[in-house]
Design a protein around this ligand. Structure first.
Ligand code: M6R
Length: 608
């Protein structure tokens, strides 16, 4: 869950690496470092803390050279410290490595290498790699890296440079993302596209155990047997601006405001009035669909919350039983899967280790897999049978916002697609939902206009230690997402509760002034929700409610209310989550938190 970058070209490597790392900091920010070959000497600068610390060090002691690697770390093995920062080098400092992933057998490798006289300085698993490469180096860097990785178990994307061959960079991946960029007389490696977008939009999307060997003269790709392989160049369609803040104070705020467009883009070419729903990359036939008797939706974090909405809408609209599971639980609980099972994995990054592992488990047992992901060419997109892309554009803030709302749109599209095939809804009913969906971008714009109310609420309540989110049905699913958002960026403890369940224990925590955010968009459950709100009000809660326009009667029961434009009830989550995202954002800003890079977190969790 770190970010790696590498450069070989004519420019000074240092600023290119620093720029790349600034675009990868979302993957981890416990420490950062670079290794650059300057006049055939390996120069490494690294330190604990944010990239700014590394930049300051490099300003004081610049390194000149046009071949280098860089790293931004989310600590797994070994605390964040200067010593544990990457790059890691061999003893005589001729070989240096950056690594994203976990070497699972590093203890055995460490013992093996120690017995051969190698000395270790850090507590990291990564440090075995430069020593292994050193051990196998017999005059050809790529051969040494190929041999080294044949000893390693676990996940990795690594970049290696060496003074033995000062103009060369070798990289390889397994279960951790890696791309290679092709510029004009310059080449790059990176964990993610934004790191190199300033320089090129032509990339190779690497598969597991594909090696990249870069010199100033060119780039070649090798198989694990060392044979040269050919691959199509992938041309990135978005430009560097998409990964910039564009005038907003934080990426999160920018991404919240990008939701109308992201929602529209995700529906384009799939949802049109009077036409059947078309899903270009889904090849599931009517017969295959008829054969399916159970769906699992598997994901982590926010994507899991989108899955909970998915369960509700697929069951309601297409009448197929759906189970939703957290990927890290699913993969170890031996679920009942066969060739009548359909699995839908949801992952913004498409690289989440547990989600990917769950996908592989399900495939092994015969399930058909649809991936819902935001990243073209990501691991889940390549390994699933079918893909439905959410066209949200790059999401940089650690807290997921536009990815979530577009994942919801994907859930509606899949549910309607199945309903269309299975004829569980009439064509008129499908048209009505589609018509309402097409209005969502504009309605989201409307919701965004309520910013100031939420900003004011946040400024009055940001000092609270605990908050509660209540809802029933789909509102409960959204409450979970609202609660996660608040926790992760403002560090305010919060819990989401099914409103009817509160009185079975948690209501004991409600006291005078406790903030309760109540969602009440579900018409059939509205009165019951109002009763639940009264239960907490009676015990002193300060309640902010969200309801549809037209349900202003709720004001009699709550302290403050905010209304969202009327839509089909099943679509309410798309609109009701937006004020919750804004609320969390303003709470975090009031508290002075680092909104885009919350403590202890990283955007892409590529380790178990
Ligand atoms: O890339 P993925 O969608 O697989 O990521 C899953 C979670 O790690 C992610 O949604 C996480 O919960 C976000 N930080 C929430 O805002």
């Amino acid at each position: 869950m770190c970010g790696i970058v590498g450069y070989v070209g004519k420019k000074e490597a240092s600023p290119v690496l620093i720029h790349g790392l600034s675009r990868l900091e979302y993957r981890g920010y416990d420490s950062a470092g670079v290794a650059i070959i300057e006049d055939n000497i390996l120069k490494v600068t690294k330190c604990k803390g944010r990239l700014a610390n590394l930049e300051a060090k490099l300003e004081q002691n610049p390194i000149h050279g046009s071949v280098g690697i860089g790293h931004t770390r989310w600590a797994t093995h070994g605390e964040p410290s200067d010593l544990n920062s990457h790059p890691h080098s061999n003893e005589d400092e001729t070989i240096s490595v950056v690594h994203n992933g976990i070497i699972e057998n590093y203890i055995q490798l460490r013992e093996w290498l120690t017995a051969k006289g190698y000395k270790f300085n850090s507590e990291t698993d990564t440090e075995v790699i430069p020593h292994l490469v050193d051990y196998y180096y017999k005059g050809n860097l790529e051969e040494a890296v190929i041999k080294a990785i044949s000893k390693m178990d676990g996940s990795y994307a690594i970049g290696v440079v060496s003074t033995h061959e000062p103009g060369k960079l070798v990289a390889v991946r397994k279960d951790s993302p890696l791309i290679a960029g092709i510029g004009e007389g310059e080449f790059f490696i990176a964990s993610d596209i934004p790191a190199i977008l300033n320089y090129t939009r032509d990339v190779y999307l690497l598969n597991d155990k594909e090696f990249v060997v870069i010199t100033k003269d060119g780039i070649k790709l090798l198989s694990e047997e060392g044979d040269e392989i050919k691959k199509d160049i992938f041309h990135v369609t978005w430009n560097a601006d998409a990964a910039e803040k564009g005038g907003y104070e934080h990426f999160m705020l920018k991404e919240i405001h990008e939701q109308p467009k992201a929602i529209r883009d995700t529906m384009t070419s799939r949802i049109a009035l009077g036409k059947p729903i078309t899903l270009d990359k889904i090849t599931l036939t009517k017969d295959q669909l008829e054969n399916i008797n159970k769906i699992y939706i598997v994901a982590c974090g926010t994507a899991y919350h989108a899955g909970i909405v998915g369960k509700y809408v697929i069951e309601k609209l297409a009448r197929i039983p759906v189970e939703v599971d957290i990927a890290s639980e699913f993969r170890y609980r031996n679920p009942i899967i066969d060739n009548k099972t359909l699995m839908i994995v949801i992952s913004q990054s498409g690289e989440t280790a547990d989600t990917l592992a769950a996908l592989r488990e399900a495939k092994k047992s015969g399930a058909r897999v649809i991936a819902v992901t935001n990243v073209v060419g990501s691991s889940v997109s390549r390994e699933a049978h079918d893909v439905l892309y959410t066209w949200a554009g790059p999401e940089i803030a650690v807290a997921s916002t536009k990815a979530y709302t577009t994942q919801l749109i994907a859930m509606y599209i899949i549910a309607l697609y199945f309903a269309q095939y299975k004829e569980t809804l009439s064509s008129e009913q499908i048209e009505e939902i589609k018509e309402a969906m097409l209005k969502l971008p504009e309605q989201t714009e409307e919701v965004l206009k309520h910013k100031e109310v939420l900003q004011k609420f946040a400024s009055k309540n940001y000092m609270h230690r605990d908050m509660f989110f209540l809802g029933r049905g789909l509102d409960y699913a959204v409450a979970m997402e609202g609660s996660l958002k608040l926790k992760e960026i403002s560090y305010i403890h919060s819990e989401a509760y099914a409103a009817g369940e509160l009185k079975h224990g948690t209501i004991a925590l409600i006291e005078n002034g406790t903030v309760v955010i109540a969602l009440a968009t579900q018409e059939e459950l509205f009165e019951k929700m109002v009763s639940n709100i009264k239960e907490v009000k009676t015990r002193g809660a300060n309640v902010l409610a969200f309801a549809f326009e037209g349900n202003e009667t709720i004001e009699k029961t709550v302290d403050s209310a905010l209304y969202i434009p009327k839509t089909e009830e099943v679509l309410a989550p798309v609109l009701s989550v937006v004020p919750l995202q804004l609320l969390s954002y303003y709470m975090a800003v009031q508290k002075g938190c680092d909104v885009d890079k919350p403590r202890n977190l990283a955007k892409s969790v590529t380790v178990e």
